[in-house]
Design a protein around this ligand. Structure first.
Ligand code: C2E
Ligand code: CA
Ligand code: CA
Length: 689
């Protein structure tokens, strides 16, 4: 039954059922017709016997009545016709008895008939004797003979016929009982056959449904496992034509779903330009790695990608990214995962790596990327900045991990160091930062930003020559939030583009007031990379100066080295435009990056601010002292004003004075103060001086 089709199985099952039903009916019909025949035969036979016995009895009595009439008839002539009818009655009786004799009876019945035949003979003789006595000796003698002999014989004859019919009844009784038994037997037989037909039918139904349900269940299981995403499951070959076809269809379905899903996965998880996993995939892998142990996340950003893209066209830029992807994916160990996050940003997730090996790996990645690239027979030298975060020790969440990697990458960029570790970047409580980012826009609308000023003092004269504007956020709940907590995110999210115009107009407004009051103080404002590269920036500055009637020389703009590196050409053009406008320019945080003085020399800048880290303990640390001293000397030669940032102690101030530093800015002079306080402070300071 297994290999056959469902149709043939059903046909077979129903055929067997029909045959069984037919058999039951035929057997039942046969049995009952046999019984009916037997019944008919029996009834016929019994009826004839009863009839004959009755006739014999009747005619015998008839004949006896004729004889009695004879015995009462005195005239001979009158007796003659009576003889005839008496003989006829006797003959009829004889015929009936003869019939009984011929029909014959079983067992004791035979004896009775034999007895009847004998009695009939004796009765006949006695009857004849009576008749003869009538004619010979007269009625009286005949009457006596009749009473003595003939009548008793007649009586026993009649009794015998009655006995025969009684016996017949007994026989009939037993025959009926036998028939009843036969009918009961037949019923049992029919019931047995019917029961076995039912049983066989039931068995067949179970077998058939099993033979259909089992493979269907198998098919259901296969379909379920496909639905659950198991595309490698072995689809069993179906038994029979229909199941075979169904299983084959399931197999085809499994394959096409698998290939379609793979395609969809590819679309969802693969970056179409480079073929590397995309940001979505990266997020999954990072979350998984973070959840399952220690590892490292490296965020990689190509340096100066925007200017390359602008100068050589997007097609070259795309091919460059493809080359970078190839280099990153080349010889990738199994524990390493590389993805392109978008633009010129890539990420590497490394599972379970020893932290010592990371520096070596980062350097090898950089070395590979720095190999010259030939695109359209042009030689391209590229570089990248890597931000490295270790987990779990550097971050409590995946979001924090990414943010710290981003900060580390920015640091690496600023310092032109190739790579930087998150541990090198001072971190803030992550939840606080996140909510701050969300609140920045409202802060600007609600006027929560404010500007503090920190004085810059000329060491030789102890006069305040300038002041640096430093942004503060008067947060309704957190109080005064320093810029380090929100400026990096304003830069990352681009929101700085909205802050800077406000800042510039505020700073210029204050500077204009000081100018009117004759303070002679140059106001410095810090700007970000995005501001410097903003095409409207120079115009904005020009309009603000004009609107507040501030001479351009009273404004100084501080730029970090990294702001110059992202797109040096555009940055330089804007610096030229600003310088042409008459605005002072200052290089901020000098020394923290990699800009050399030779590079700075060619920029239209007026001032150089030595980074706080070198001024710190300059009187004690020979290394810092050497750097600051040589910078001062070189600046003097290049005609640049040198500003030492972050001078806190009197010893530091003395050291700077003794070594020819022109200007200092630091807690040693004054901490940043609210703009409104600044003019009074200057007046008091002068008074002190
Ligand atoms: P920066 O331009 O280097 O500003 C100098 C920072 O050094 C200020 O921190 C100042 O308070 C701090 N400082 C000055 N003297 C000392 C000292 O003697 N000891 C110590 N420990 N620190 C001293 P602040 O105000 O927190 O600003 C941090 C940074 O935020 C700034 O560094 C600047 O890069 C950025 N920033 C501040 N205001 C603005 C702004 O309006 N626009 C932009 N784009 N960036 C800003
Ligand atoms: Ca500054
Ligand atoms: Ca600085």
């Amino acid at each position: 039954m297994k290999g056959s089709s469902i149709r043939s199985r059903l046909v077979m099952a129903f055929a067997v059922m029909l045959v069984l039903l037919l058999a039951v009916s035929v057997v039942a019909l046969h049995r009952f017709s046999v019984l009916t025949n037997a019944m008919h035969e029996f009834v016929d036979h019994q009826a004839r016997l009863a009839f004959l016995a009755q006739r014999a009895n009747q005619h015998a009595q008839n004949a006896a009545m004729h004889l009695l009439r004879l015995l009462q008839t005195r005239e001979r002539e009158q007796r003659v016709p009576l003889y005839a009818s008496m003989d006829a009655a006797l003959a009829d009786s004889d015929a009936a008895i003869g019939g009984l004799e011929r029909a014959g009876l079983m067992g004791d019945g035979d004896n009775n008939i034999r007895q009847l035949v004998e009695l009939r003979a004796h009765y006949g003789e006695s009857f004849q004797e009576t008749v003869e006595l009538i004619e010979i000796e007269g009625l009286l003698a005949a009457r006596r003979h009749f009473d003595d002999k003939t009548d008793p014989l007649l009586k026993s004859l009649l009794n015998t016929t009655l006995a025969i019919s009684g016996q017949q009844q007994d026989l009939m009784q037993s025959e009926v009982e036998q028939l009843e038994a036969a009918v009961a037997n037949a019923r049992i037989l029919v019931m047995l056959i019917a029961a076995s037909a039912l049983l066989a039918g039931g068995l067949l139904a179970v077998l058939i449904s099993r033979s259909i349900v089992r493979p269907v269940q198998k098919a259901v299981m296969v379909a379920e496992s496909i639905a659950a995403g198991d595309y490698v499951c072995q689809v069993p070959a179906g038994e029979g034509r229909e199941m075979g076809a169904l299983m084959q269809a399931l197999d085809v379905m499994r394959e096409s779903i698998a290939s379609r899903e793979q395609h969809i996965l590819k679309l969802a998880y693969v970056d179409s330009l480079t073929g590397l996993p995309n940001r979505t995939r990266f997020m999954e892998v990072l979350a998984d790695a973070f959840a399952h142990g220690q590892g490292v996340l490296i965020l990689l950003d190509i340096d100066r990608f925007a200017p390359i893209n602008n100068a050589l066209g997007y097609q070259v830029g795309d091919r460059m990214l493809q080359q970078v992807a190839l280099r990153l994916a080349q010889d990738l160990p199994e524990t390493h995962f590389v993805a392109r996050l978008g633009g010129d940003e890539f990420a590497i997730v490394i599972r379970g790596v020893g932290h010592e090996a990371i520096t070596a790996y980062a350097m090898s990645v950089l070395a590979r990327l720095r190999e010259p690239m030939m695109l359209d027979s042009q030689r391209l030298d590229i570089d990248a900045s890597l931000g490295i975060v270790r987990f779990p020790e550097d971050a409590l969440s995946v979001t924090a991990l990414q943010r710290r990697a981003d900060l580390a990458m920015s640091l690496a960029k600023r310092r032109h160091a190739g790579y930087a570790f998150a541990a090198d970047v001072a971190d803030e409580p992550p939840h606080e930062q996140l909510s701050l980012i969300g609140e920045m826009r409202d802060a600007l609308l609600r006027n929560e930003f404010t500007v503090y000023f920190q004085p810059k003092m000329e060491l030789a004269t102890r006069r305040i020559k300038g002041a640096e504007a430093l942004l503060r956020w008067r947060h309704p709940e957190r109080g005064l939030v320093p810029p380090g907590r929100f400026i990096p995110f304003a830069e990352q999210t681009g929101f700085i583009r909205e802050i800077t115009p406000w800042l510039l107009s505020t700073v210029i407004a204050h500077a204009a007031e000081w100018h009117k009051a004759g303070l002679g103080i140059v106001a410095s404002a810090n700007i970000s990379t995005l501001d410097l590269l903003n095409l409207d920036f120079v115009d904005q500055v020009r309009q603000l100066l004009h609107a507040h009637a501030l001479p351009p020389g009273q404004l100084c703009i501080e730029i970090t080295e990294s702001a110059l590196m992202d797109d040096p050409e555009l940055a330089l053009k804007h610096l030229d435009d600003l310088a042409a406008l008459g605005v002072k320019l200052s290089i901020d945080d000098y020394g923290s990056g990699q800009a050399s003085l030779a590079y700075v020399k060619n920029l239209p800048v007026h001032e150089l601010k030595i980074d706080r880290t070198f001024v710190d303990k300059v009187d004690q640390l020979p290394k810092n002292a050497a750097i600051v001293r040589s910078t001062i000397l070189l600046c003097r030669e290049l005609n640049l004003t040198v500003v030492a940032e972050g001078a806190e102690t009197q010893d530091e101030l003395d050291w700077l004075t003794n070594n020819g530093c022109e200007v200092v800015q630091g807690y040693g002079i004054a901490k940043p103060m609210p703009a409104e306080e600044f003019p009074r402070w200057v007046a008091a300071f002068k008074g002190n001086a």
